[in-house]
Every structure is written in structure tokens, then in C-alpha cells.
Design a protein around this ligand. Structure first.
Ligand code: UDX
Length: 447
């Protein structure tokens, strides 16, 4: 099928390349010429595992290309997927780019008799597709409402796993407002053998938000109780969690008595809180929609306020240990919001480093790939931080080493000279047994 994707950001590019790799003919559109030529030269402008190889193969087989010419892309396709950014301003979604894309599609329809299915992939609040997008296209097309259909197909891509999440999804949510677009969506995802949920567009939009809110809720609930476990001592919250997840409502028992280890057990780990481009932004946005509709949204308030405070655990526990943190040499390992990405948006390391600087520590920081973004985008006063590429050498000078991102390479820490030092394993990458001669801290247990 011939498809166009508007937006070559993280979601647009991954979706376009994966759809092409399944046999569709795809054109991605972006206003940024530099990005377009970089993509056509097979250099993805974002860091994502497996993307360079897949991009190369779909460009070489001519299943995929990028352009800055929207008309060319719309002439080409049967369906257009909108995957533009929806940034948050003051906790509210900014739909400028989405509405702009919808208007451009409308203006195109004004000049042709072609029918187009317009499918929104950007994360947008319930009712956006069937009210805001519909209105923008209708107006710009001069009222040609029978010439377009509407669909909504949310993404569930984790950064760093985006290609495999796209190719092997847990489920595919297909929202549509008209029969033709329902059929188009079925054809697009025909190559996928996954559970498909056919709903209207506002339900599809709500599924995406509810999914992220439930996951963020579990993280904040686990972190709040984990803090208490650590305070009381003698409890490891991971043991608590293992016990909880054996409740058959979380983890059904099969007829033969066996079970599958619930994946949430490997996902949920007490730590300094969630970050990234999705959880904080999505919980804030749907909370704002609730407020706009006169609802209190107290659980969502709780998710966010627990998460905002959670990075303080690191400095609080360190301060209680040292008496004062002033003048202490701290080596912060990991700046990205999670491993396998250079994304620092809302990373817990931002708050941790701000706190460590406020406590007047001497801060050295490392990340295998996110340092540049951290300096450019984190908003932290980075002039007083020493950034290193050689963290192993810096271990010798540190009073305390804080692991804030689960990068594999930090597993080498126990093999270095850490005797007598403090190790704060905020993401539980390692275990107390790895540090017999150090003072070991983590979140959710006191050893
Ligand atoms: C998330 C969702 O998982 C994905 O389904 C959705 O489409 C987009 O948002 P992502 O933000 O890429 O994906 O990463 P994820 O692995 O879910 O981690 C999000 C954040 O939560 C990270 O900062 C991670 O460190 C943090 N986290 C996760 C915790 O702080 N504690 C946990 O127990 C689990």
C-alpha cells in the first residue's frame, strides 16, 4: 500500500521505516531539508537501536524515501499518517504542528477530488482527532467532508526498543470514524499477527493515555511504598513486589498449576522516578483535560508529585550518611532517562544533579551517549559539572558513586577500586553482594 508519513521525528521515522520493511511503499515528509537529505543518505537523525540498518535496507530497495514536498507525498499515497510532535506547554498539549498538518492536508484536498484517509499517530488527547483534526481539514478543504476519512493509531514504542516494539507489538489499536479508513487500517497492519483492537478514534486516544497512566501509577505507588520499606529497614521492596504479583488477578494460574513470570516484575524497580518523553507529559496532559472538564484528577496529581520528589531520595540518603554533602566528590553515572537512548528529557539525573549541586558537592558526570544532550537541553547549570568520558578513572577520586541510569557498562563498577567508598545504586543495576567493602545504598531497601 502507498503511505505517506508527516513528521520524521522519533515516531514518524520509526513507523515509516518499519511499515516499508513490511512491504508498504512509504514517503516520509519533513519541512527540515537537512533531515530529509540525511535520511535519504541513510543516516537516521535520531539514535535508535536497529534503525540505521533498517533505514539502509528500505532506502536501498526503494520502498522508502523522504521529501520536503508535501504535495508530492499526498499525490503518492492512499493514506497519510500524521506523526508530528505535540509538545507540552504548561502541562497542556500544543497542537500547533498537528493542526498545521491537518490544514495542509485540507488545502490539498481542496485542489483535488482524491479521497484520503488521514490517520493520527501523534499522541493526542481523547476527542482531538474527531473534533480538532476533522474541523481543521474540513475548513481548509472548503467543506469537502466526504473526501477524507479519519483514523487514530497510537504508538506504544519504548525508546531504545522502538523497532522491535513496532514489529512485535503487544497489540495494535486501530481507531476509525468511517468504514473506508477502518479498511485502510486493516490493510496497513495485515502483515502483523498481533491482537488488534478496533474502536472509534477517541477510544484509541484514551487507550494510549490510560496505558501510560497505569504504568506511571504503578511506578509511583511502588516508589512511595519502597521509600517506606527503606525507612523501616529489614524489608526489600522487590521481595514485597514479588509477593504481590503472585496474586492471581495479576498473574493467573493455569489449569496445570503453572504460571508465567509477569513481565511487570522485570519492568518495575524502585528507583529515583520516571522520566522520558511520554510518562511525565502524558500524565500532565490528561490531568489538564480532566481539570478543564471540572474533574479533580487526584490520582494523577499523586503520580506526578511522588515522581517529582523521588530523586530527592538520593541526596537525602547520602546526606544522612555523610552528615554534610558539601565538598564531597560525587561521580554521577548516567544522564539519559533510561539506557539505550541519548534522550535526557525529564531524566531523573536532571533533578539528582541539581540537588547534588545545591548541596555543594563536587560533581563529575558520565553518560556513554547523552552528555551532549544533557549540556544542551537539561536546563542544569552544567558549567560547574565536570563531564568525563573515562568514568573508571574518576572512581578513584569519588567519595560516592551514584548509578542513575542502567547502562550495562556500569556493571564493571565492582571490579574497580571501590573499597571504602559509597555506592548508591539508584537503579538496582547491581546488588549489595557486589560491594562487600563499600557502603551500598539503593532505593526501597536498607542494608
Ligand atoms: C513508555 C512506555 O513504556 C511506552 O509503552 C510508551 O509508548 C511510551 O512511554 P519509554 O518512556 O520509552 O516508554 O520508557 P520506559 O521503559 O517505559 O521507561 C520510562 C521511564 O520510567 C524511565 O525513566 C524509566 O527509568 C522509568 N521507570 C521504569 C522507573 O522509574 N521505575 C520503574 O519501575 C520502571
Amino acid at each position: 500500500m502507498k503511505l505517506s508519513v508527516i513528521g520524521t521525528g522519533y515516531v514518524g521515522l520509526v513507523s515509516g521505516v518499519c511499515l516499508a520493511s513490511k512491504g508498504h511503499d512509504v514517503i516520509c515528509v519533513d519541512v527540515n531539508e537537512e533531515k530529509v537529505s540525511s535520511i535519504n543518505n541513510r543516516n537516521p537523525p535520531i539514535h535508535e537501536e536497529g534503525l540505521p540498518e533498517l533505514l539502509r535496507s528500505v532506502v536501498d530497495t526503494r520502498k522508502f524515501r523522504a521529501t520536503s514536498n508535501l504535495t508530492e507525498a499526498l499525490d503518492f499515497c492512499e493514506a497519510v499518517i500524521i506523526a508530528v510532535g505535540t509538545p507540552t506547554t504548561d502541562g497542556k498539549l500544543d497542537l500547533t504542528y498537528l493542526v498545521q498538518a491537518a490544514r495542509q492536508i485540507g488545502a490539498y484536498l481542496n485542489s483535488t477530488n482524491k479521497f484520503l484517509s488521514v490517520i493520527v499517530k501523534s499522541t493526542v488527547l481523547p476527542t482531538t482527532t474527531d473534533v480538532v483534526v476533522r474541523q481543521a481539514i474540513a475548513e481548509a478543504s472548503g467543506g469537502k467532508t466526504s473526501q477524507f476519512g479519519l483514523g487514530m493509531n497510537p504508538e506504544f514504542l519504548r525508546e531504545g526498543n522502538a523497532i522491535s516494539d513496532f514489529n512485535f507489538p503487544d497489540r495494535i489499536v486501530l481507531g476509525f470514524e468511517d468504514f473506508k479508513t477502518g479498511e485502510v487500517l486493516s490493510r496497513i497492519y495485515e502483515p502483523w499477527n498481533a491482537d488488534k483492537v478496533f474502536v472509534n478514534t477517541r477510544t484509541a486516544e484514551m487507550i494510549k493515555y490510560a496505558n501510560n497512566c497505569f504504568l506511571a501509577l504503578q511506578i509511583s505507588a511502588a516508589n512511595e511504598l519502597a521509600n517506606l520499606a527503606a525507612k523501616l529497614g529489614g524489608i526489600d521492596f522487590m521481595d514485597v513486589f514479588r509477593g504481590v504479583t503472585l496474586d492471581k488477578r495479576w498473574n493467573p494460574i493455569r489449569n496445570d498449576g503453572s504460571r508465567t513470570e509477569p513481565e511487570i516484575l522485570t519492568y518495575l524497580v524502585p528507583g529515583p522516578g520516571f522520566g522520558g518523553s511520554c510518562f511525565p507529559k502524558d500524565v500532565q496532559a490528561i490531568r489538564a483535560q480532566g481539570h478543564d472538564n471540572g474533574l479533580p484528577m487526584e490520582i494523577l496529581d499523586g503520580i506526578l508529585s511522588v515522581n517529582e520528589r523521588q530523586p530527592e531520595q538520593v541526596t537525602k540518603i547520602l546526606e544522612a550518611h555523610f552528615g554534610t554533602l558539601s565538598g564531597k566528590n560525587i561521580l554521577l553515572l548516567g544522564l539519559a532517562f533510561k539506557p539505550q537512548t541519548d534522550d535526557v528529557r525529564e531524566s531523573a539525573s536532571i533533578r539528582i544533579s541539581e540537588e547534588l549541586l545545591a548541596y555543594k558537592t563536587i560533581l563529575v558526570a558520565h553518560d556513554p551517549i547523552a552528555t551532549e544532550n544533557f549540556i544542551k537541553l537539561s536546563g542544569v547549570q552544567t558549567s560547574t559539572i565536570k563531564f568525563t568520558q573515562d568514568w573508571k578513572t574518576e572512581v578513584a577520586n569519588a567519595d560516592a558513586i551514584v548509578i542513575a541510569t542502567r547502562w550495562e557498562e556500569y556493571k564493571a563498577l565492582p571490579g574497580l577500586k571501590v573499597a571504602g567508598k559509597v555506592v548508591f545504586d539508584a537503579r538496582r543495576l547491581l546488588s549489595p553482594k557486589d560491594f562487600p567493602s563499600s557502603t551500598y545504598f539503593s532505593i526501597g531497601r536498607r542494608v
